[in-house]
Ligand binder design. Structure first.
Ligand code: NZQ
Ligand code: ZN
Length: 390
């Protein structure tokens, strides 16, 4: 096991009606005026936005609003938010939504006190040394941004989708997680969220670090719980237990718990970010296509942990033929994704003729000559993985 620091100070407030506490929580964490950030309208239709405003008013917190954040959030909304936040002198960001909304709120939080272009942080030109606090009311278990120090933004000019990781400044100070808020999620969004949270665990699980039995078993356990709960939530959208387990799984998948002491991989995410940047597909759907392709390539080049995953997560019988074991595990993963209504190929994703040259070039321009850690992928390797997803 590698040395590590694990520090995850977010205050999670979980359960029915917990959004009523948002005003008190904002005040407890020092807010006087919050900027509410939300998406394309689901929180308006569900009445959540009104309930949040009411709770803020009751606590004596004033607010301004930035709505209309789109999935795969873009830089132009961040610039708009930074200007608005400065003009309104808001002192805390309050994200009411999913990963796209939370990531935009984090980007604004970092950008407001910075005397330069916030994009500098994403391209490594500047470091985040201070940020406004971020609070969250989560409406979709998927990206795990409610417990992570990460934000992912796409620069519209050039379609460059980049992630920034600053846990010491960008981890939310509180996250309200009411599973009932996810009852309105369409089954496709639920399924995409499931693929994303599974991917967050698998990026950590596929490691070369030895003697990480606790991390391995946590990953396997949470994956098995997701595999059990996801069909229940899709078949019965108001199944509180299933929604609650998925909501907590999405957080545990990405706040660092599952990867402590491991060198993590993340190649599949970087491959996917190129796809969602160029074709604006849902991140989780892109992962359902690319992760099994990555695993298939690994079954050929570095099979050990893929075989272990097949045996322990998918109950594939042990055999000396590790590649056959690994391939059966991948088949079961694909069958599971398919049963949830997720795409398995570029064409099912709606991308009939992906520009693999452009995807590969952009990936290595953004992430360097070698991508990932389980096997450090060259351009040729990345190209082969994209081709396996055709
Ligand atoms: O915009 P509205 O109208 O709110 O609708 C949203 C959106 O269309 C809808 N939705 C959310 N909650 C709902 C709901 N519809 C009905 N009922 C509800 N309760 O769902 C759609 C997707 O929302 P979005 O926020 O985009 O989903 P998600 O949480 O999957 O976030 C995806 C973004 O997060 C990034 C992805 O790349 C992508 O840009 N990621 C962020 C990470 C992080 N910050 O740590 C890590 C991830 O790996 C990921 O890359
Ligand atoms: Zn993800």
């Amino acid at each position: 096991m590698n040395n590590f620091v694990f520090y995850s100070p977010t205050e999670f407030v979980f359960g029915r009606n917990t959004e009523q506490q948002v005003g008190a929580l904002a005040r407890k964490h020092g807010a006087h005026k919050v900027m509410i950030v939300y998406g394309g309208g689901s929180v308006v239709r569900s009445g959540l936005l009104d309930r949040v405003k009411q709770a803020l008013q009751t606590a004596g917190i004033t607010y301004c609003e930035l709505g209309g954040i789109q999935p795969n959030p873009v830089d132009t909304k961040v610039y708009e938010g930074i200007s608005l936040c400065r003009a309104e002198q808001a002192d805390m960001m309050l994200a009411v939504g999913g990963g796209s909304v939370i990531d935009t709120a984090k980007a604004i939080a970092a950008g407001v006190p910075y005397n330069g272009d916030f994009w500098d942080f994403y391209i490594g030109k500047a470091q985040v040394t201070q940020a406004l606090k971020v609070g969250v009311v989560l409406t979709i278990p998927a990206a795990g941004s409610e417990g992570s120090g990460n934000t992912v933004i796409t620069k519209l000019d050039g379609l460059q989708k980049l992630s920034l990781r600053v846990p010491e400044h960008l981890r939310p100070v509180f996250s309200i997680m009411n599973p009932e808020l996810t009852f309105t999620l369409p089954s496709y969004q639920t399924a995409c969220g499931v693929a994303d949270m599974m991917a967050h665990i698998m990026e950590r699980y596929f490691t070369n670090t030895q003697e990480v039995e606790v991390a391995d078993r946590m990953c396997e356990g949470v994956l098995k719980a997701i595999i059990t709960e996801a069909p229940k939530a899709i078949n019965h959208p108001t199944d509180y237990g299933a929604r609650a387990n998925l909501m907590w799984a999405g957080m545990v998948a990405h706040n660092g718990t599952c990867g402590v002491g491991c060198e993590e991989d993340w190649a599949s995410h970087f491959l996917e970010h190129e796809i969602s940047a160029l074709y604006n597909v849902t991140h989780g759907a892109g992962l359902a296509v690319i992760f099994p392709a990555w695993m298939t390539w690994m079954a050929e080049h570095h099979v050990d942990k893929i075989a272990q995953y097949a045996i322990r997560v998918w109950d594939v019988p042990v055999s000396d033929d590790k590649k056959a074991v690994a391939m059966e595990g991948i088949r079961r993963l694909r069958d599971f994704f398919h049963s949830l209504g997720l795409p398995l190929t570029f064409s099912e994703l709606g991308v009939e003729q992906p520009d693999i040259d452009r995807l590969t070039e952009s990936l290595h321009r953004n992430k360097g000559e070698r991508v990932g850690n389980y096997v450090k992928l060259t351009r040729q390797d990345s190209r082969e993985i994209f081709q396996l997803a055709l």
